[in-house]
Design a binder for this molecule. Structure first.
Ligand code: URA
Length: 225
């Protein structure tokens, strides 16, 4: 089976098995979408109205803004994979509840296991906090985070502001655009194995923010940015 066929089968399995309560109110599930061989996976929060109607993530205003930013770094939607932590629209676009995140988590982790990206980009605090509950997006946006999870192949994570939050806030929009521009160099450094963090065993290790101001980290950051 090709990766595309495997991904289709994976989504079909979860259409049938996902126990998220939002199934009752959503029009349809919104699975991840894009290149199943992508080096980079973007993870948002939950589908909005347009996504719920179309069954595809990031097709509304936030999606258009995201497409613009991808274009600014010469990437297209076809090059990446994009998904959400929650696969069904919460009523009136309210924040997803912890139980809804819990119900959709295995689906997301299955997507990541199949795609095996080199870099995971969090769009907003909800997706970041699903992996790193203690990090604050205002402090770590645009900083590369390294952590080995036992069940996830990707080790590098880049938290960014959510495009929907940045869309109508000039300062945040500029910050998001600047953070976005770091992606090509980060991907290059990961491919070359030049991110220079030390090897540590997988479990229970706190994340390393590769912009901390220790001498060692300064050297890493010079190399990275
Ligand atoms: N916002 C998200 O987080 N996900 C979408 O799919 C659309 C908007």
């Amino acid at each position: 089976m090709s990766t595309t066929e495997e991904l289709k089968a994976l989504h079909e399995k979860w259409f049938a098995n996902c126990t998220c309560e939002l199934k009752k109110t959503a029009t349809q599930p919104v699975p991840g979408d894009g290149n199943p061989n992508a080096e980079i996976v973007f993870i948002g929060e939950a589908p909005g109205k347009n996504e719920d109607l179309e069954g595809r993530p990031f097709v509304g205003a936030a999606g258009k803004f995201l497409a613009e930013m991808l274009e600014s770094i010469n990437m297209k939607r076809e090059n990446i994979y994009i998904t959400n932590i929650v696969k069904y629209r919460p009523p009136n676009n309210r924040d997803p509840e912890p139980s809804e995140k819990d119900a959709c988590r295995a689906w997301l982790h299955d997507e990541l296991a199949l795609i095996r990206p080199k870099l995971i980009v969090f769009l907003g605090r909800h997706s970041m906090n699903d992996f790193f509950p203690d990090l604050r997006i205002s402090l770590v946006h645009g900083k590369l985070v390294h952590k080995k999870f036992p069940n996830i192949r990707a080790e590098y994570f880049l938290p960014l502001y959510h495009p929907a939050a940045a869309l109508y806030n000039g300062g945040m929009r500029e910050t998001l655009a600047d953070d976005f521009k770091k992606i090509p160099l980060i991907l290059k450094k990961i491919a070359e194995g030049k991110t220079a963090e030390s090897e540590e065993p997988a479990e229970k290790v706190p994340p390393k923010i590769l912009e901390e101001k220790s001498k060692e980290k300064e050297a890493v950051q010079e190399a990275l940015f």
